[in-house]
Write a protein that binds this ligand. Structure first.
Ligand code: HEC
Length: 455
């Protein structure tokens, strides 16, 4: 550990009156429950043979008894050898993973080293939570570690969970929650004797399930705020203080959304936690998967053979919450404005002889989620009569403009001689006669052929 190894005497902080000294909660409204079930996309994180997992600040996940560490914000897993330690709790602090076992506290490394904190903590640690700055260890009493100082909180309740939420940290006990600030002074408390589950979202909203009833405190300030009932029967709520999204889990149903409204969602596994982007981690059989409700993106109108600049459309979920779309063809990148997100796919910057190029479209939403769509695009030589216009004429014109027609249009020469006329007829949609107008991409192709000098 890079934390200072100075031995500190456990500092005793008495927090009198910070537990059940909260106001009753008037319920003043409801959170809308939408009808549309969002389609969930699931990202597989990795296999977990015995499905042991640990999370710190929603960022880190370690699976199995021989632990593998994954940053849940980046799919690429990095292996961390931890041998056969059987951890009871884990947290990520000062750039390292801290593991609590029956034999003490260990810091990541190969081999793992006993943490200097081990000497200071006598009781078994049942839960470790860190937001990267503060470390909380739940032993007989909650222990707080920061910048080399270990403090024990003296509270007349058994703290069972810790939820770091920015400026404050919420501590859960059997009859509710209380919050402490950076100096460990009690700043907020919620009385909830039948508390089953609690979660805090980025806006500081406190979501609770109490006796099967789900509610949320909005615009809350020390002990008051507005409580809204959520009209669903649930057992648990999951959220991350870095995201506004909440996941509400009932017996056989689940919902997700924000205080602005929630909608039903279908889950195929047991919910575990939410990451900093509001994505739910679920255990499904032997694997842990990441469920995100929306971020979906498709790229439309990509031609089979790209010979000249064409417009393509990026169809993104939640278009109004999209913060950026970029389109990259090999090395050349351009932003796409929208919605609707229509960008130009232009092969003219590619080296000659290119036959295939990588199209990469990146969509970023304002909650930080991102989807990258990649595909190989075949690149054609310039437009020619033989490869492009001849077949187009044969397919769309020649049945009425064959050799015996008053206006024959089956050779390059005929097209070239009547080109302005053809363009006018095709551009206005008058031709092909009685049929649907040619798509813009075909009209562009005809133009590109003329631009290239009718090869
Ligand atoms: C279903 C039949 C049909 C199809 C398909 C069709 N045309 Fe025509 N086109 C006609 C008829 C009928 C005329 C009028 C008689 C004529 O000049 O041959 C015409 C006339 C034209 C003229 C001459 C207009 C003028 O007044 O000088 C052009 C140019 C033309 N077509 C281009 C096309 C092109 C290019 C296509 C294919 C993209 C096409 N047409 C497909 C039936 C068709």
């Amino acid at each position: 550990m890079s934390v200072r190894t100075v031995r500190v005497a456990a500092l005793l902080i008495v927090l009198t009156g910070c537990t059940p000294d909260a106001q009753p909660r008037p319920h003043t409204g409801g959170v809308p429950v939408g009808d549309d079930a969002p389609s969930a996309t699931i990202e597989r994180l990795g296999d977990a043979p015995d499905a042991a997992f640990f999370l710190g600040a929603g960022r880190w996940l370690a699976l199995g008894s021989s632990l593998t560490l994954h940053d849940v914000r980046q799919p690429a897993p990095a292996d961390v050898p931890f041998g056969d330690l059987q951890p009871t709790a884990a947290a990520f602090i000062d750039g390292q993973l801290l593991l609590a076992t029956a034999d003490g506290l260990w810091a990541s490394g190969d081999p793992p080293r006993e943490s200097p904190l081990s000497d200071l903590v006598d009781e078994p640690v049942t839960r470790a939570v860190s937001d990267g700055r503060d470390l909380w260890l739940l032993a007989d009493v909650p222990l707080h570690w920061r910048s080399g100082a270990l403090a024990a909180l003296d509270v007349d309740a058994t703290v069972t969970d810790v939820i770091p939420a920015g400026d404050v940290t919420w501590l859960r006990h059997d009859d509710g929650l209380f919050a402490v600030d950076g100096r460990l002074a009690a700043v907020d408390a919620i009385d909830a004797p039948g508390l089953q589950s609690a979660a805090i979202t980025a806006g500081g909203e406190v979501w609770l399930v109490e006796d099967g009833v789900t509610s949320v405190r909005v615009d809350g300030d020390a002990g008051d705020g507005t409580w809204l009932d959520v009209d669903v029967e649930a057992d648990a709520v999951f959220a991350h203080p870095g995201s506004d999204r909440v996941w509400i889990i009932g017996d056989s149903r689940a919902w997700t959304g924000t205080v602005a409204g929630i909608a039903p969602v279908t889950l195929t596994g047991e919910p575990l936690a939410v990451d900093a982007h509001g994505r739910l981690l679920i255990r499904s059989g032997d694997t842990i998967e990441r469920v995100s409700v929306e971020p979906t993106a498709r790229v439309l109108d990509v031609p089979l053979l790209l010979t000249h600049a064409v417009d393509i459309t990026v169809d993104a979920g939640r278009p109004d919450a999209v913060s950026a779309v970029t389109l990259r063809l090999e090395q050349s990148e351009s932003p796409v404005a929208g919605p609707p997100f229509v960008g130009s796919l232009d092969p003219s910057g590619l080296p000659d002889e290119t036959t295939e190029a990588l199209l990469r479209v990146t969509v970023t939403w304002d909650d930080g989620s991102e989807v990258i769509v990649q595909q190989q695009v075949a690149i054609g030589d310039g437009v020619t009569w033989d490869d492009d216009i001849g077949p187009l004429a044969a397919a769309t014109c020649v049945e009425c403009h064959g050799e015996s027609a008053s206006t024959p249009l089956h050779t390059a020469e005929q097209w070239q001689a009547r080109f302005a006329d053809i363009q006018a007829q095709v551009g206005s949609g008058a031709m092909p006669f009685g049929r649907e107008a040619l798509p813009q991409s075909d009209q562009d192709l005809i133009q590109a052929w003329a631009d290239a000098g009718f090869p």
